[in-house]
Write a protein that binds this ligand. Structure first.
Ligand code: ATP
Ligand code: MG
Length: 494
């Protein structure tokens, strides 16, 4: 199979999200689709997979012009896309979801479906129990299910939009082996949208770089990450470094004393943690190792079973988040639209809701202030746009824009999720400005480089245990990676 995009345009009002895109994808190739936040990558992939229609332009499959009305038509033409937020079919089991939409309509076919599912999962090393309900699956498992479902539907081109966000290194290795197999052995086309340039270097045969809706370059790999960055941005901000400060003398802004936290899977007793003014603490660990429990415990979003949480010396144990917020502590969840932002509200409405303290909203002032933020934070979007109309990275910028200017502490889950390198550095500049005025920052991240670059202290979470990295100034990504995998017998538990 080959696919040709000819003169694809997409307009959203005044935004020209795709501007005369010409690209050709050949059998057996894994192509990286790169570009800064808002460049038009997701839009192009949604057009190619039938989730959106182009304003104009043609798609040719094997040289034939095709017409289509939706994703099912594109699947029939052999093109399938992994949705970042897979369809909400929570009540179904893995097997039912696998059968959904495929040629297994009758009950008699259930056995066949089970066999087919098993064949795929065995071949790829996927971890999918046919009888588990979808709602209990991890992000990686949902992704695996979506891949086998599309394969069973006969797809020959697979599109993945930021698929390595939120999955572990081990799960990523399984995913990459699968994609390599599909391209190299089965001749499939894989289109891989990612901000993780190391992933692109590892996986892709070719890259296409988008900027402001246009294709600005195509290259055959190997290309170094450094060159990729130059193609994407020209020049890049350097990560910030800081003078060595003695933080042991700064006062604590949030403390946890002998705290016990539990959720369905983890029991975390005896947590003692102090975040100091002007300090950045990084939480490392695979998803679900306890980081988010502690982050939420710090801000009143998880029940403290035992022990105390103090903010600036005041006991706020089991006070609601609102009390923490009033005390100057802001939390920012990783979920973007799912949690931190509200679908259906415009940017101005977000500003009024989250950043204005006055209960009587002056809408024209809210709009003026939001416009100011849009400019300052270089958000690609207008104040009246609904949040869901923004690209993933621009949604993250909105979240950052809504943070208070002078917090005493910021508690952040994966603050640069989905951001390109340049935007991520810029977000950190914003955070470090607040740190320099005395805010304490505690954040979690799956990105080891980010943890090493910005943390004054790093705490590794492993199955609910917390271990502080010794000599954080000397640590590196390799050491951190080993600890995240559970190899820290000789270290002190924090
Ligand atoms: N449904 C929509 N309505 C209005 N504008 C939209 C819509 N979807 C995307 N846009 C705009 O089109 C442009 C391209 O967005 P797109 O989501 O394709 O970017 P992206 O390259 O995927 O960025 P990111 O890396 O941040 O995910 C952005 O300016 C975005 O605000
Ligand atoms: Mg996108």
């Amino acid at each position: 199979m080959n696919i040709q995009l000819r003169g694809i345009h997409k307009h959203f009002g005044k935004v020209h999200a795709n501007n005369d895109i010409h690209l050709k994808f050949e059998e057996g190739q894994i192509v990286g689709i790169l570009g800064e936040n808002g460049a038009g990558k997701s839009t192009l992939m949604k057009i190619l997979s039938g989730f959106q229609s182009a304003s104009s332009g043609d798609i040719l499959v094997d040289g034939n012009l095709i017409t289509y009305r939706g994703p099912l038509d594109m699947i029939a033409h052999g093109v399938g896309m992994l949705q970042q937020d897979p369809l909400d079919v929570g009540a179904f089991t893995v097997l039912e979801n696998f059968m959904y939409g495929a040629n297994y309509q009758t009950v008699l076919n259930r056995r066949q479906a089970l066999q087919d599912l098993h064949k795929y999962t065995a071949r790829f090393g996927f971890d999918l129990d046919p009888l588990r309900s979808i709602s209990s699956l991890s992000i990686a498992q949902r992704q695996q299910l979506e891949i086998v479902r599309l394969l069973a539907l006969g797809v020959k081109t697979l599109i993945l939009d930021e698929p390595t966000t939120g999955i572990s290194g081990e799960q990523k290795a399984i995913l990459f082996n699968t994609l390599k197999y599909l391209a190299n052995e089965e001749g499939m086309i894989v289109l891989f949208v990612s901000h993780k340039l190391e992933d692109v270097v590892e996986l892709c045969h070719r890259v296409a770089v988008l900027r402001e809706g246009r294709v600005i370059g195509e290259r055959a790999m190997p290309v170094t990450t450094h060159e990729l960055v130059q193609m994407m941005f020209g020049d890049v901000l350097k990560p910030q470094t800081r003078a060595q400060l003695d933080l042991t003398k700064s006062p604590s802004v949030i403390t946890m004393t002998d705290v016990t936290l539990t959720d369905k899977r983890l029991e975390m007793p005896n947590i003692n943690l102090a975040l100091r003014a002007g300090e950045v603490i990084g939480f490392a660990g695979l998803d679900g190792s306890g980081q988010s429990l502690v982050l939420r415990g710090l801000v009143g979003l998880e029940r403290i079973q035992d022990g105390h949480v103090h903010v600036n010396g005041r006991d706020l144990t089991n006070n609601p988040y609102k009390a923490h917020l009033q005390a100057g502590v802001t939390f920012c969840a990783a979920g973007r639209v799912e949690e931190g932002l509200v679908a259906g509200l415009s940017l101005t409405e977000h500003f009024a809701l989250f950043a204005m303290s006055d209960p009587f909203i002056d809408w024209s002032s809210a709009q003026t202030q939001m416009n100011h933020k849009i400019e300052h934070y270089k958000i690609r979007g207008k104040s009246h746009d609904l949040i869901e109309a923004l690209s993933g990275g621009n949604q993250q910028r909105v979240l950052m824009a809504l943070l208070p200017q002078q917090p005493i502490a910021l508690v952040l889950e994966n603050p640069t999720r989905g951001l390109d390198v340049d935007s991520a550095r810029w977000i950190w500049q914003q955070l470090l400005t607040r740190r320099d005025t005395g805010a304490g920052i505690v954040f979690s991240s799956p990105d080891l480089d980010e943890l090493v670059a910005y943390s004054d202290r790093i705490i590794v979470f492993y199955a609910g245990k917390m271990v502080e990295v010794p000599n954080v100034r000397q640590t590196n990504v390799e050491e951190l990676g080993r600890m995240i995998g559970g190899q820290f017998e000789s270290y002190e538990v924090a």
